[in-house]
Design a protein. Sequence first.
Length: 160
Amino acid sequence: MNTTPPSISAIPTANTASEMVRSTTSSALRVAFRELELYDTGDVAGADEVFAPDLIDHNPADPSAASAIDGMRSLITSVRDGFTDTQHRILFQGELPGGWVVLHWRMTATHTGEAFGFAATGKQVALNGCDIIRVVDGKISEIYHVEQMLQLAQQLGAAA
């Protein structure tokens, strides 16, 4: 029995974000995958290509940032500076009407630099996250993102 609502074109997969950027035919999904690829490549400048200047971030990564796009740049920088071999794999993708995209992903990396208050540990880490993204005119105009930061902190040695 298929339980996927008919308005969602969901395809479970485990391809990397980069593979999905190159292979998807949907422009909204391509932009959403490109957002994750920024973290894998550390491409802070790519934020201008992916995020609208008036981005609305419902879960600001850096509440002290001057704008939501600056907050996203800060998050990309934190991941780039704190981790190597970063790779996002897409666990679930869904495209909804109105330019909305849902992604469930898993990031793996090696913790080789200071990140999120933790000195480098050299540990392999993995965490899951979910993004709900609205793409307008080829850029992300709105984003809800939830990362399992407790899971990451425990892997880096924080007390449970």
